[in-house]
Structure formats: structure tokens, C-alpha cells
Design a binder for this molecule. Structure first.
Ligand code: ZN
Length: 318
């Protein structure tokens, strides 16, 4: 039966990770339409905003309104990114289900991004955990340590596994629920993912459960395959692979949600997401962000002739 297949969670992060790195500001109503379309496609985890100063990132100035819209769906798990304690306070107040704080393992990236060393950022993360306790949000809000630039960094280059291991061990001492490993810059290769998860998963098996891959070098799906073998069961993705960097021509964003879902379903995992509806939802992003580069192999080639959608099969069987 389709529903007894092992479940893998796919979290849409295009509204945060995808949008934050492109120049055009998406109107709030279009963001809401995007959320609606993905919800209708079966997506039940979305990272929809970040709480950074609007002056630094006008794209996220409507965070509270976008979150309120997402929260109207009672079974949608809504996540916000917060770079510091102040952002966390706003996110707790906004009522999100999950807060992710980025902790850059690369010292160079951390200084450039949040003007803090990785260890300072771990301390800030500890303060966010304390704030959660003080605000009585420990039950309703899950706390995620989003380790970024884990597999390499555009500024620093190589990121040693020992550096990642040290941050994981320190984060484990903090009262958080989930540790996510992010290949922020698309450096990761399957061999490296195998090595890193081989060392890190045994340290934190019950909490190290999420991976976040960018497709800069076309390695996001192979990396996902390896992470699956190590027991990772939640992956971030961005519709149409939205993202990239205006200063790096050819750079791409997260793995395309539709490509990831297509692959996972082909392997027999259950995502609950309808890939045809995802493909249709790309039109919203296209229309709202004229000129933005969209990616994704499935959209380019179309679904294979005779493709049978596992989601319609599930419905037919029910
Ligand atoms: Zn990312």
C-alpha cells in the first residue's frame, strides 16, 4: 500500500533561502499564493521567512504577515530563520512551529554573514534556547541548529570535518531538537557527504536528521541519495531551484523541490507531495519574479511519457 512506504519529509525553503539571494522583491500576495499552491500540492513543511532587519533584507520585511498566512493551515509546519536573539523573540511571538538559527562552521563565512565567530554563534544559539524556556515556548516551538557551510565555503574553501564535529558536539550540549547540516555554497560531493555523515550521525543520531543541499555543481540529488543511506529523513528544497547569487553568474540555489520529490517517490519513499502540482506552481514564481532564473531538470524535460503519479494512485486506492 502506498501509505505504508517510508516517509521522507521535504521542506520547501524557497520563500526564505530562494528569495533572500535574488534581487527582485516578491509581493506579499504572491508569496501567499505560492504557499497556497504548495500546500495544495501536499507540502506540509515550509520555511517561509527570516527575521532579519528589513533594511538589510527588504525581501523579508513582510515576515509576520507571510507567517500568519501560513499558520492558517492547521497541519502545515511553519519554520522561520533567525540570525540572533532579537530575531528569535519576534519568531516566537509570530507563533512559528520551528525556529532555525544558522551557525556557520566556516569562520570566514560566519564573520561575513553575522559578524560573529562560529563559537560566538553557538553561544547566541544557547541564549535562544534559554529564551525559549523563559517564554514558555519549549513545547510548541522546536529549535533547529542549522549548521551552514558544512561542506565547504566560497570564502574559506575547505571546511575540515574536525571543525564541524566540534560545533556538533557543542550544539548537542544545548537544549535543541534538531541539527541540520547545510551545504550552503554547493561544495558537497557524495564521497564527502558519506564521510561526514559517517562520523557525525553516530554522535547525534536522534537529532541530526535534516540535510540541506544546493545544486551549484549538480550534486544535490547524489548527495541526497548518500544522506538517505545514513538515515536522514528530512530535506530542504526550493521550488524551481530558486536562489543563487547575483554576483556569481551560473550559481544555482537549493535543489529543485519537484526534482527531489520525483526522485524520492521513484525510490519508494512517500513524500505526500504531488509533483505535477509542483510543476504547475512554478508559474507563480515565474510571474512574480520576471527575469529570475528558474532551474530544475523535470521542468526542462517534462515528466516521462506514461508517468504515473504516485499521489493520484494513493487517492485512487483510498
Ligand atoms: Zn541554503
Amino acid at each position: 500500500m502506498a501509505t505504508s512506504k517510508p516517509h521522507v519529509t521535504v521542506q520547501e525553503v524557497g520563500l526564505r533561502d530562494g528569495l533572500q539571494s535574488i534581487a527582485g522583491v516578491m509581493p506579499t500576495d504572491e508569496k501567499k499564493r505560492w504557499i497556497d499552491a504548495e500546500y495544495a500540492a501536499g507540502v506540509r513543511h515550509m520555511e517561509v521567512a527570516s527575521f532579519v532587519p528589513a533594511k538589510l533584507l527588504p525581501q523579508m520585511a513582510d515576515a509576520v504577515e507571510v507567517i500568519a498566512h501560513a499558520l492558517r493551515y492547521p497541519d502545515l509546519i511553519v519554520t522561520a530563520l533567525v540570525p540572533n536573539l532579537k530575531g528569535a523573540e519576534k519568531a516566537f511571538e509570530a507563533g512559528v512551529h520551528r525556529i532555525v538559527a544558522p551557525i556557520s562552521v566556516s569562520a570566514a563565512h560566519s564573520m561575513a554573514n553575522v559578524r560573529k565567530t562560529p563559537l560566538d554563534m553557538v553561544e547566541e544559539f544557547g541564549r535562544i534556547a534559554d529564551l525559549r524556556e523563559a517564554m514558555g515556548r519549549r513545547g510548541p516551538t522546536r529549535l533547529i541548529a542549522g549548521l551552514s557551510t558544512v561542506f565547504g565555503c566560497t570564502l574559506q574553501g575547505d571546511v575540515p570535518l574536525d571543525d564541524v564535529r566540534e560545533i556538533v558536539l557543542r550544539v548537542l550540549d544545548i537544549d535543541c531538537d534538531i541539527i541540520a547540516l547545510a551545504d550552503t555554497t554547493g561544495h558537497a560531493t557524495p564521497g564527502q557527504v558519506d564521510r561526514f555523515f559517517g562520523v557525525l550521525r553516530p554522535l547525534a543520531e536522534d537529532r541530526l536528521t535534516v540535510a540541506h543541499f544546493h545544486d551549484t555543481r549538480g550534486m544535490a540529488l547524489p548527495n541526497t541519495m548518500i544522506a538517505l543511506q545514513h538515515g536522514i529523513r528530512e530535506f530542504d528544497a526550493s521550488l524551481a531551484g530558486l536562489g543563487g547569487c547575483p554576483h556569481a553568474p551560473g550559481a544555482t540555489g537549493n535543489v529543485a523541490t519537484e526534482d527531489l520529490v520525483f526522485m524520492l517517490e521513484s525510490l519508494g519513499y512517500h513524500t505526500g507531495i504531488d509533483v505535477e502540482k509542483l510543476l504547475a506552481a512554478r508559474a507563480i514564481v515565474q510571474r512574480a519574479l520576471p527575469g529570475a532564473a528558474l532551474f530544475g531538470s523535470l521542468a526542462r524535460a517534462g515528466l516521462p511519457k506514461g508517468y504515473s503519479n504516485p499521489q493520484s494512485e494513493t487517492k485512487a486506492a483510498a
